[in-house]
Design a protein around this ligand. Structure first.
Ligand code: PAF
Length: 287
């Protein structure tokens, strides 16, 4: 049975709505999103509901995490269908602040994330994690959740947020949930909808190259250079693929790994038909 979530746009209203729940000792879960919801987001909502008494989903396309040449203007905004999907999941509150509510005139405070924000996405998207960390810290201050839910697809983002929470002693548990994939392996992303059917088929090279890395490791290959070279060949079977990075890194520090002796993150960012896609998996060389 669907229950309409409360749709709240103002910070003051949200705070007063959560006040009674907090006083009653209820556990509050936050799922921060930029909308255009898919099964990946909904899996976070379900996880929050399983662990919390009240689930707040924020929908806010945060301008400060987009670079000047990125897709802020065309980022999909699908509030009606998002709210319908959240009603089906029985989410309690949907927080939909305006830009003015989040960044009023005169706004001037920013979070400068640490070293895990530098490589990979940080290298390709200057200022991106500063915008993400700032808006997530603001959402944490506004909602004051006991737990907040993020997807492993944005592995580096989750790490940046974990580091921020640790460094700033924030009393919130960060829960990272597994990547949700289409049956053919494509990781769900709000940006997949930009892909034409043919480009969507080509985009499967991301998943194929990650599977190839897993297979090579299972066969005993330990050289990062060799694994990356094979992954690159696979990606480049898609004629228009532009590779930003294919990286094998330590999952805690994101520093490059040369020989795979322990758990290693394989992460990649590839543009297919003008759509930039990211994906990753953890490689576990057997002991
Ligand atoms: O992952 C996202 O959708 C965004 O980066 C987030 C965490 C909602 C911050 O705007």
């Amino acid at each position: 049975m669907d229950t309409q979530p409360r749709l709240i746009a103002s910070i003051a209203d949200l705070r007063s709505n959560l006040c009674a729940a907090r006083k009653a000792g209820k556990r509050i879960g936050l799922v921060p999103t930029m909308g255009a919801l898919h099964e990946g987001h909904l899996s976070l909502v379900r996880q929050s509901q399983a662990q919390c008494d009240v689930t707040v989903v924020s929908i806010y396309v945060n301008p400060s995490q987009f670079g000047p040449r990125e897709d802020l203007a065309k980022y999909p905004r699908t509030l009606k269908s998002d709210v319908e999907a959240l009603a089906e999941q029985c989410a309690d509150i949907v927080f939909v602040p305006s830009d003015n509510e989040m960044y009023p005139a005169g706004y001037g405070t920013w979070v400068e994330p640490g070293s895990v924000a530098q490589p990979l996405e940080g290298q390709c998207r200057s200022g991106h994690f500063r915008g993400v960390a700032t808006v997530v810290l603001k959402l944490f201050e506004i909602v004051r959740p006991d737990a907040a839910y993020f997807g492993q697809k944005d592995f580096q983002q989750a790490l940046v947020i974990r580091s921020m929470v640790r460094d700033l002693n924030m009393p919130v548990e960060i829960v990272v949930c597994p990547i949700v994939r289409e049956p053919d392996g494509l990781a769900l992303s709000s940006r997949n909808r930009y892909l034409s059917p043919a480009a969507r088929r080509r985009a499967l090279v991301l998943w194929s190259s990650l599977q190839q890395a897993e297979m090579l490791v299972a066969q005993g290959e330990r050289s990062a250079e060799k694994i990356v070279a094979k992954m690159r060949d696979t990606i480049l079977t898609a004629a228009d693929a532009r590779i930003d990075y294919i990286a094998l890194v330590d999952p805690e520090t994101l520093k490059p790994v040369l020989d795979l002796t322990g758990r290693t993150l394989a992460a990649l960012a590839v543009t297919i038909e003008n759509t930039r896609l990211i994906d990753n998996c953890l490689l576990e060389p057997p002991k």
